[in-house]
Each structure stands twice: as structure tokens, then as C-alpha cells.
Design a protein around this ligand. Structure first.
Ligand SMILES: Nc1nc2c(ncn2[C@@H]2O[C@H](COP(=O)(O)OP(=O)(O)OP(=O)(O)O)[C@@H](O)[C@H]2O)c(=O)[nH]1
Ligand SMILES: [Mg+2]
Length: 161
């Protein structure tokens, strides 16, 4: 069971769609509140909470992250102006004491766009090195080209119980 959070238009629902169908589509509307989807990958069944990223929905993130096996935080790696807000919202979420040991996967999505930030840059921008109470990984990826999807599925498959 995982929860996907991050700012609006970072590509959370696109990620869930690619994970579920193996295919890219541009035809995804901004999420209202949340969507629940179940995806089967080999022997693993993943229950995914796809939560909305617009400001008015961010206070819900914490509730949906409670008790899951991993939190996936999606960042638009080509939208550098939003990194400070992404960092702030991630900090707010991870501050919650009941989420302290939940593993975190940060996805720097949209790496098909020129001048995107690399995983190393995102680790700096989001200050991921200071996180010590949980397992943290960061991948650069693209839902459009499906770059790194195999590694991401492997990571997720190892976090279940
Ligand atoms: N170029 C590019 N565009 C992408 C990629 N992933 C998503 N997008 C586009 O980014 C926009 C937002 O995608 P969504 O998946 O709806 O984003 P979201 O994070 O679910 O947004 P909210 O539901 O509003 O929080 C859409 O126009 C997508 O087509 C990617 O890897 N590359
Ligand atoms: Mg969405």
C-alpha cells in the first residue's frame, strides 16, 4: 500500500496511470481529493492512494499517508521555481510523528524536458540528506518516456509486507 503526494501537476496521476497500464496518456484531469487504484505487478499487488496536489487538498496528505508501506513524493524536476514549495510541503508532511518510519521515494518526474534537475540536484534542493528517521531514495524519471519505471517498480515491490 502506497500513497502518492506532491504539488499539483507534478505527474502523480500520470505515474499511477503508467504503473497501472504501462502506457502514457495526456488525458488526465487534475485530481479532486483522491483516487484509489489497485495495480498488480507480477506477484505484488499495490494499493495506491493518488492524492490531489492543489493547495486546498494538501492538508489531506497526512491522513492518506498513515499506515502505508511507502510514501511517493513526486516533483516536476523541470519546474525549478516550485522546488522551495515542494521542500516546504514535504517537510510539513514528514514532521508528523506517526509517519516517522515510513520509507520515502522521491521522484524527479518529467526528465524528458530539457534543463530538468537531476536526482543529485533534487537531493540538495529538497534537503533529503538530513532525513534520518526513514529510508529515502530519489530517482529521476519520466512518465512520458517511462524512464526509470523498472527501477521504481523494483523499489516499490521491496517495500511491501
Ligand atoms: N513532459 C512531461 N509531462 C508530464 C509527465 N508526467 C506528467 N506530465 C504532464 O503534467 C501534467 C500534470 O499531470 P498529472 O498526472 O495530472 O499531475 P498530478 O500531480 O496528478 O496533478 P494533481 O492531480 O492536480 O495534483 C499533465 O499535463 C501531464 O501530461 C512527464 O513525465 N513528462
Ligand atoms: Mg492527480
Amino acid at each position: 500500500e502506497i500513497t502518492v503526494v506532491g504539488l499539483q501537476a507534478s505527474g502523480k496521476s500520470s505515474f499511477v496511470h503508467v504503473l497501472g497500464s504501462g502506457q502514457w496518456t495526456e488525458d488526465i484531469a487534475p485530481t479532486v481529493a483522491f483516487n484509489l487504484r489497485t495495480v498488480r505487478k507480477g506477484k505484488v499487488t499495490i494499493k495506491i492512494w493518488d492524492v490531489a496536489g492543489q493547495p486546498k487538498f494538501r492538508s489531506m496528505w497526512e491522513r492518506y499517508c498513515n499506515g502505508v508501506d511507502a510514501i511517493v513524493f513526486v516533483v516536476d524536476s523541470a519546474d525549478r521555481d516550485k522546488f522551495p514549495t515542494a521542500r516546504f510541503e514535504l517537510d510539513q508532511l514528514l514532521k508528523n510523528p506517526h509517519l516517522t518510519s515510513v520509507p520515502l521515494l522521491v521522484l524527479g518526474n518529467k526528465n524528458d524536458i530539457e534543463n530538468h534537475a537531476t536526482a543529485a540536484e533534487l537531493i540538495e534542493e529538497l534537503n533529503l540528506r538530513k532525513i534520518q528517521t526513514r529510508e529515502v531514495s530519489c530517482y529521476s524519471c519520466s512518465m512520458l518516456s517511462q524512464d526509470n519505471m523498472g527501477e521504481i517498480i523494483d523499489w516499490l515491490s521491496k517495500r511491501g509486507h
